[in-house]
Design a protein around this ligand. Sequence first.
Ligand SMILES: [Zn+2]
Length: 152
Amino acid sequence: MKVNIQTLMDNVQCYATVRELRWPEGRECPFCTSKKVIKRGCDDKEPARQRYECKECGKRFDDLTGTIFVGHHQPLKVWILCLYFMGLNLSNKQISAELELDRTDVQKMTTHFRYDPTNWAGRDSDACQCPPGNHQAIDKIHCVTWNFGLHR
Ligand SMILES: [Zn+2]
């Protein structure tokens, strides 16, 4: 039997981790920063992805709105694994083998992580918890993986 790392990863836990990192003091509207936020069901494709509505400005958002993970068809756990492997300096080829994904898909993901201007978790860059100076580094992956506790 061939073990695929993806099957060992829990998507629910991935979302819980993103929520914890993103909103350490409770959920907050990414549009108006109000804390008057209510749950509004779950994503159709990813049940672990919680949706919300802001009682202040009326806008809707979910766990990934405004984060570097938004707008892609891969499950969150795949993105996090991809980041993890990038932190270990694996090549696109190696990552695609580990995740059993198409090379071009992996290429898109790694490019996205390197160049997307979106902050890693939708927070202000000042909130980044990686060491001083690190955040300005060209290698943003270092910063992202640090925040996920994946840094080594
Ligand atoms: Zn709001």
